[in-house]
Design a protein around this ligand. Structure first.
Ligand code: FES
Length: 240
């Protein structure tokens, strides 16, 4: 049985940025309760315009594919509830990334920045390998674990990248998500590439020194991570 109900024929005026000749399209979407921004987009696709372009996959805030800007804020469409008093909504693609179609952006610059920091753990030469090797563990109650955990749960949604004025203006800036990932590995004692990574994130104009600490990235993160804190910590580590 559906737990959803229509709310007395109420509608929301939804303006969606389009990538074709029309600057934007406006749709009257019938209100249901509860309703997320992704529900709005699916309603438009089913009832008004099957050609509208947007991305989603998991619908539970895990895959990071549905990120759009809603009234200027970068959010996960599937996790953003429409409040009862909403009468109008503006939906735009993420900022700072090339648009493929309508709300779909090309994430290549985001993932290229991610790749540039060697985003995986590089084990020490004497690390145990093979089928019988025991995984190296960071104890749950250690200071190291407490350092790493607040930065760990990035889903690569690009909300921070889209909310960073520097990343949008300067394609060569590594950006908040990749710098946050770099800190996770730099702080991990099992990793052997931390020094090289500290060098990689300090490049002139591309690394941590480019950050102006506006904190838009931290405000936007749907997982509550704090990339600006990560950037501050990396800068401190680089200064020794
Ligand atoms: S659809 Fe996966 S995070 Fe929204």
């Amino acid at each position: 049985m559906s737990r959803r109900s229509e709310t007395g024929g109420a509608t929301i005026a939804v303006r969606i940025k389009r990538s074709d000749d029309a600057a934007q399209s406006t749709f009257a979407v019938r209100r249901i309760e509860p309703m997320s921004v992704l529900d709005v987009l699916l309603a438009v696709q089913h009832n008004d315009d099957r050609t509208i372009g947007f991305r989603y996959s998991c619908r539970v805030g895990m895959c990071g594919t549905c990120t759009v800007r809603v009234n200027g804020r970068s959010v996960l469409a599937c996790q953003t509830e429409i409040t009862p008093d909403t009468r109008e909504l503006r939906i735009d693609p993420l900022a700072g990334l090339p648009v493929v179609r309508d709300l779909v952006v090309d994430m290549t610059p985001f993932w290229e920045a991610w790749a540039s920091i060697t985003p995986y753990l590089v084990p020490h030469d004497d690390a145990e390998v093979g089928m019988d090797a025991q995984p190296a563990v960071i104890p749950p109650d250690s200071a190291e674990r407490r350092n790493i955990d607040p930065s760990l749960d990035c889903i690569g949604c690009g909300a921070c990248f889209s909310s960073c004025g520097i990343a949008g203006l300067h394609r060569d800036f590594i950006g908040p998500a990749a710098l946050n990932r770099a800190l996770v590995l730099i702080d991990d004692s099992r990793d052997s590439a931390s020094e090289a990574r500290l060098d990689a994130v300090g490049g002139d104009g591309t690394g941590v020194d480019r950050c102006h600490y506006i904190y838009g990235c931290s405000a936007a993160c749907p997982k509550g991570l704090d990339p600006a804190r990560a950037i501050r910590r990396i800068r401190k580590r680089r200064l020794g």
